[in-house]
Write a protein that binds this ligand. Sequence first.
Ligand SMILES: C[S@@+](CC[C@H](N)C(=O)[O-])C[C@H]1O[C@@H](n2cnc3c(N)ncnc32)[C@H](O)[C@@H]1O
Length: 264
Amino acid sequence: MAADRVEPYARLAGVYDEIVVDPCYPRWADFIVDRFRSSSAAVDTVLDVCCGTGLLAAELVSHGYRVVGVDSSPAMLTRAEALLGPEATLVAATLPELGVDTIFDAAISTFDGLNYLTRSDLGLSLAAIAERVRPDGWFIFDLHTDTMMRFTAANPVVSGEAAGNRFVITSEVDQIARSCDTTIEVIEARRGEPFSERHRQYFHSAETVRAELAAAGFDDVQVFDEYSDQPIDDVTLRATWTARRSTRHPRRLVETTPGTTEGR
Ligand SMILES: C[S@@+](CC[C@H](N)C(=O)[O-])C[C@H]1O[C@@H](n2cnc3c(N)ncnc32)[C@H](O)[C@@H]1O
């Protein structure tokens, strides 16, 4: 049967945990927790930006953190609620809107969530995240590298089978525009009908990310090869960035409670 074309993540949410994810989340969480524990001020609250089905949030909750998840996809948030339980705070918001008004000790964004943003929205989103992280708080996230851009252009079709779902992922990379249109087709679904989704992502150069982090009010920026202690090199596909909310620009903070203004 021909696959129906649906909104990004509307149907993928149902099979995301089965077909999209390699078993990386415990290792990624260990990296994040190690960073949190390395700072003198305790980390308790974490904002998970583009939280998806909540796989990374669940790892952090198991480590004792209080996590609030934000995502634009209602279907992904439904899965996250099923995983994290009804007590979890999950917010439907589309970056650069965050839909939260409290201050967190840290923010994270895993598995390429920020690659969905244009350069302009990346800058606005980093600024919005900076406004929600306390001074010296962490922001840890990952992004595709330029090596990933070239690798995807050279290997545009990936197919496979997982948990009774057969899928084909086809990527069209525009290396000038630094964009990638990916068609994800589940051609045989374990549950329900086949479907097809089209996702647009963007590749941001390391220089762009550094510039936008600085403009947003983050410093102490470091980059690692996918949630490891290794530096990135020319085979790194996914870069993990760690940054701290600057303590030198407290005036960038915004109102935290009605009627009070912290350093506008
Ligand atoms: C590849 S998934 C990653 C999910 C999760 N962070 C993980 O590690 O599994 C990307 C997520 O980003 C969300 N997303 C994409 N663009 C977004 C935007 N502009 N605002 C909020 N969420 C967005 C999608 O709905 C999706 O859940």
